[in-house]
Design a protein around this ligand. Sequence first.
Ligand code: AMP
Length: 115
Amino acid sequence: MAQGCIFCRIVEGESPARKVYEDEAVVAFHDIAPQAPVHVLVIPRKHIPSVLELEESDAPLVWAIHRAIREVAQRTGIAESGLRVVTNCGKDGHQTVFHLHYHVLGGRGLGWPPG
Ligand code: AMP
Protein backbone atom coordinates (compact mmCIF):
# COMPACT_ATOMS: atom_id res chain seq x y z
CA MET A 1 0.00 0.00 0.00
CA ALA A 2 1.36 3.40 -1.00
CA GLN A 3 1.10 6.18 1.58
CA GLY A 4 -1.58 8.73 0.69
CA CYS A 5 -2.84 6.82 -2.36
CA ILE A 6 -6.64 7.06 -2.63
CA PHE A 7 -6.90 3.93 -4.78
CA CYS A 8 -4.80 1.91 -2.30
CA ARG A 9 -7.28 3.06 0.36
CA ILE A 10 -10.17 1.77 -1.78
CA VAL A 11 -8.35 -1.56 -2.25
CA GLU A 12 -7.92 -1.81 1.53
CA GLY A 13 -11.58 -0.91 2.17
CA GLU A 14 -10.56 2.28 4.00
CA SER A 15 -12.31 4.52 1.45
CA PRO A 16 -15.76 3.85 0.01
CA ALA A 17 -16.32 2.85 -3.60
CA ARG A 18 -19.26 1.56 -5.61
CA LYS A 19 -17.67 -1.68 -6.67
CA VAL A 20 -18.72 -3.44 -9.86
CA TYR A 21 -16.29 -6.35 -9.73
CA GLU A 22 -13.31 -7.62 -7.75
CA ASP A 23 -11.04 -10.62 -7.65
CA GLU A 24 -7.69 -11.52 -6.12
CA ALA A 25 -5.76 -9.17 -8.43
CA VAL A 26 -8.14 -6.40 -9.45
CA VAL A 27 -10.88 -4.07 -8.18
CA ALA A 28 -13.39 -2.23 -10.43
CA PHE A 29 -15.61 0.61 -9.21
CA HIS A 30 -17.66 3.52 -10.55
CA ASP A 31 -15.75 6.75 -11.16
CA ILE A 32 -16.74 9.45 -8.69
CA ALA A 33 -17.07 12.01 -11.55
CA PRO A 34 -18.46 10.01 -14.48
CA GLN A 35 -17.75 11.28 -18.00
CA ALA A 36 -20.21 8.88 -19.67
CA PRO A 37 -23.33 6.92 -18.59
CA VAL A 38 -20.97 4.06 -17.75
CA HIS A 39 -17.60 5.10 -16.31
CA VAL A 40 -15.85 2.43 -14.31
CA LEU A 41 -12.22 2.31 -13.16
CA VAL A 42 -10.36 -1.00 -13.21
CA ILE A 43 -7.30 -1.02 -10.96
CA PRO A 44 -4.76 -3.59 -9.80
CA ARG A 45 -4.67 -4.21 -6.06
CA LYS A 46 -0.90 -3.80 -6.33
CA HIS A 47 0.30 -0.19 -6.31
CA ILE A 48 1.86 0.53 -9.70
CA PRO A 49 2.12 4.27 -10.49
CA SER A 50 1.29 4.11 -14.20
CA VAL A 51 1.37 1.96 -17.31
CA LEU A 52 5.06 2.87 -17.72
CA GLU A 53 6.03 0.98 -14.56
CA LEU A 54 4.53 -2.39 -15.57
CA GLU A 55 7.13 -5.16 -15.76
CA GLU A 56 7.29 -8.52 -17.51
CA SER A 57 6.49 -10.26 -14.23
CA ASP A 58 3.18 -8.34 -14.23
CA ALA A 59 1.98 -10.24 -17.33
CA PRO A 60 -0.61 -12.26 -15.33
CA LEU A 61 -1.85 -8.99 -13.85
CA VAL A 62 -2.24 -7.47 -17.32
CA TRP A 63 -4.39 -10.45 -18.27
CA ALA A 64 -6.41 -10.10 -15.03
CA ILE A 65 -7.07 -6.43 -15.83
CA HIS A 66 -8.33 -7.30 -19.32
CA ARG A 67 -10.46 -10.13 -17.99
CA ALA A 68 -11.98 -7.67 -15.50
CA ILE A 69 -12.63 -5.11 -18.27
CA ARG A 70 -14.68 -7.72 -20.14
CA GLU A 71 -16.54 -8.61 -16.94
CA VAL A 72 -17.28 -4.93 -16.26
CA ALA A 73 -18.52 -4.44 -19.84
CA GLN A 74 -20.90 -7.36 -19.45
CA ARG A 75 -22.12 -6.37 -15.98
CA THR A 76 -22.80 -2.76 -16.99
CA GLY A 77 -24.54 -3.70 -20.24
CA ILE A 78 -22.14 -2.07 -22.71
CA ALA A 79 -20.44 -5.16 -24.16
CA GLU A 80 -22.76 -5.14 -27.20
CA SER A 81 -22.99 -1.36 -27.79
CA GLY A 82 -19.24 -0.75 -27.40
CA LEU A 83 -16.86 0.97 -25.06
CA ARG A 84 -13.53 2.70 -24.73
CA VAL A 85 -10.67 1.70 -22.45
CA VAL A 86 -8.27 4.50 -21.53
CA THR A 87 -5.27 4.74 -19.26
CA ASN A 88 -3.97 8.26 -18.78
CA CYS A 89 -0.26 8.67 -18.11
CA GLY A 90 1.68 11.67 -16.87
CA LYS A 91 1.07 15.39 -17.29
CA ASP A 92 0.08 15.54 -20.95
CA GLY A 93 -2.01 12.38 -20.51
CA HIS A 94 -3.92 14.16 -17.73
CA GLN A 95 -3.19 11.51 -15.10
CA THR A 96 -4.37 12.74 -11.69
CA VAL A 97 -4.23 9.56 -9.60
CA PHE A 98 -0.85 7.84 -9.64
CA HIS A 99 -2.08 4.29 -9.13
CA LEU A 100 -2.51 2.49 -12.45
CA HIS A 101 -6.13 2.51 -13.59
CA TYR A 102 -8.10 1.88 -16.74
CA HIS A 103 -11.18 3.94 -17.49
CA VAL A 104 -13.98 1.85 -19.01
CA LEU A 105 -16.36 4.27 -20.74
CA GLY A 106 -19.59 3.56 -22.59
CA GLY A 107 -23.33 3.99 -22.77
CA ARG A 108 -23.16 6.72 -25.45
CA GLY A 109 -21.29 7.37 -28.67
CA LEU A 110 -17.79 8.57 -27.76
CA GLY A 111 -16.04 11.28 -29.76
CA TRP A 112 -12.74 10.74 -31.52
CA PRO A 113 -10.10 12.08 -31.35
CA PRO A 114 -10.27 12.63 -27.57
CA GLY A 115 -9.83 16.20 -26.31
P1 AMP B 1 -6.95 10.11 -14.18
O1 AMP B 1 -7.21 11.58 -14.37
O2 AMP B 1 -6.83 9.34 -15.45
O3 AMP B 1 -5.78 9.87 -13.24
O4 AMP B 1 -8.25 9.51 -13.51
C1 AMP B 1 -8.50 9.51 -12.15
C2 AMP B 1 -9.97 9.27 -12.01
O5 AMP B 1 -10.23 8.87 -10.68
C3 AMP B 1 -10.84 10.49 -12.27
O6 AMP B 1 -11.75 10.19 -13.33
C4 AMP B 1 -11.54 10.74 -10.95
O7 AMP B 1 -12.86 11.20 -11.10
C5 AMP B 1 -11.47 9.38 -10.31
N1 AMP B 1 -11.49 9.35 -8.85
C6 AMP B 1 -10.72 10.06 -7.99
N2 AMP B 1 -10.99 9.74 -6.72
C7 AMP B 1 -11.97 8.79 -6.76
C8 AMP B 1 -12.68 8.05 -5.78
N3 AMP B 1 -12.46 8.22 -4.47
N4 AMP B 1 -13.61 7.17 -6.19
C9 AMP B 1 -13.86 7.00 -7.51
N5 AMP B 1 -13.21 7.65 -8.49
C10 AMP B 1 -12.28 8.54 -8.14
